[in-house]
Write a protein that binds this ligand. Structure first.
Ligand code: GLA
Length: 373
């Protein structure tokens, strides 16, 4: 299995957009090691759109923009691999990428071979400029087949924005993860709209096949390609905690070379990452909702415990949010130990329900472990 737990890494798009070059990618790989991101589990360094030259070469192969990647992709992949990391790249199922560069429609085999030859470990595959009359899933099947034919293990990341309900067919075309929505941007509204709409898709995710609610905007603070005003620290905490509960791929989108302490601590938080990477591979779902603003979500874990997120979506009100045992599938009288995942605090043993005050646009994450008789 290539993705027994949700893939973790970094992608250039959210912060850098067109402004990518080989030195940046090398620095990101260095930072993975030096800042402990690699140790925390982040592995894939992925170059998104706009790495491509405007034309294919005389043999019909994609070539990198010589100004941005003068040493070529093979050398860059080798560098990333030398750090013990994996190398990812981007193409698109249509005739052009979303930013208008040459894409893989009609060239699936040659492109898959090119990527495998460079040492690519991860392919994000977009959905712009789709030829008229061709159905979406078959385009992904073609690239899935072409990747498989290379014999190289390559994570296949489908980016068709949920258009054709890829959770229903993504795994069957060889996909390891598929975007479920349109693009995220660095705002609370976007995090909220994408994150909380994932409820209901949990039956479609599991080891080697993950729903992908898009890359993280944690730590962008309104700077970069998808910046839209930015978020507060507690809003980024909600974002990261929710993506962890959702068993979502964790693809960092900020400039990791310049993370502040909060961003670094959040992105490398052992407890939250352990929930995301739990080997059972269950995606979290909503088990309670009061009005539009107060939500309780749960994610069952392999050790028999349950992670619960108490989410406050209200802008101003602080509020106690509860998780009744019954909603978690537990008998009312079952004693359970309750621990705060983010602070590490042990709240002791509870029966019937647990509740905690949650600040506006914030979350409390607890681990609820049934106590054996
Ligand atoms: C689409 C994708 C984004 C990004 C851009 C690149 O919008 O959904 O994630 O890859 O294309 O052009």
């Amino acid at each position: 299995m290539l993705a027994p737990t949700p893939p973790m890494g970094w992608n250039s798009w959210n912060t850098f957009g067109a402004d990518i070059h080989e030195e940046l990618i090398r620095q990101v790989a260095d930072t993975f090691v030096e800042a402990g991101l690699k140790e925390a589990g982040y592995t894939y360094v992925v170059i998104d759109d706009l790495w491509e030259a405007d034309e294919r070469d005389e043999k019909g192969r994609l070539v990198p923009d010589p100004k941005k990647f003068p040493s070529g992709m093979k050398a860059l992949a080798d560098y990333v691999h030398s750090k013990g990391l994996k190398f990812g790249i981007y193409s698109c199922a249509g005739t052009h990428t979303c930013a208008g560069k040459p894409a893989s429609y009609g060239y699936e085999e040659v492109d898959a071979q090119t990527f495998a030859g460079w040492g690519v470990d991860f392919l994000k595959y977009d959905f712009c400029y789709k030829p008229a009359g061709v159905d979406g899933p078959s385009l992904y099947r073609r690239m899935g087949q072409a990747l498989r034919a290379t014999g190289r293990p390559i994570i296949f990341s489908l980016c068709e924005w949920g258009t054709n309900e890829p959770w229903k067919w993504g795994a069957s075309v060889g996909g390891h993860m598929w975007r479920t929505t349109g693009d995220i941007n660095d705002s609370w509204e976007s995090i909220e709209q994408i994150g909380f709409s994932q409820n209901g898709l949990e039956a479609y995710a599991g080891p080697d096949h993950w729903n992908d609610p898009d890359m993280l905007v944690v730590g962008m603070y309104g700077k970069g390609n998808v910046a839209r005003g930015g978020c507060t620290d507690s809003e980024y905490r909600v974002h990261f905690a929710l993506w962890c509960l959702l068993a979502a791929p964790l693809m960092i989108g900020c400039d990791v070379r310049h993370m502040n302490t909060f961003t670094h601590q959040l992105l490398t938080h052992k407890g939250l990452i352990a929930i995301n990477q739990d080997p059972l591979g269950r995606q979290g779902f909503r088990v309670g909702q009061e009005g539009e603003h107060f939500e309780t979500w749960m994610k069952p874990l392999a050790d028999g415990s349950i992670t619960v997120g108490l989410f406050n979506r209200h802008k101003e009100w602080r509020r106690v949010i509860t998780a009744p045992w019954e909603s978690l599938g537990l008998h009312d009288r079952r004693p359970c130990r309750v621990q705060n995942v983010i602070t590490g605090e042990d709240y002791g043993v509870y029966t019937r329900f647990f509740g905690a005050p949650v600040d506006p646009h914030d979350v409390v994450v607890v681990k609820i472990t049934p106590v054996k008789d």
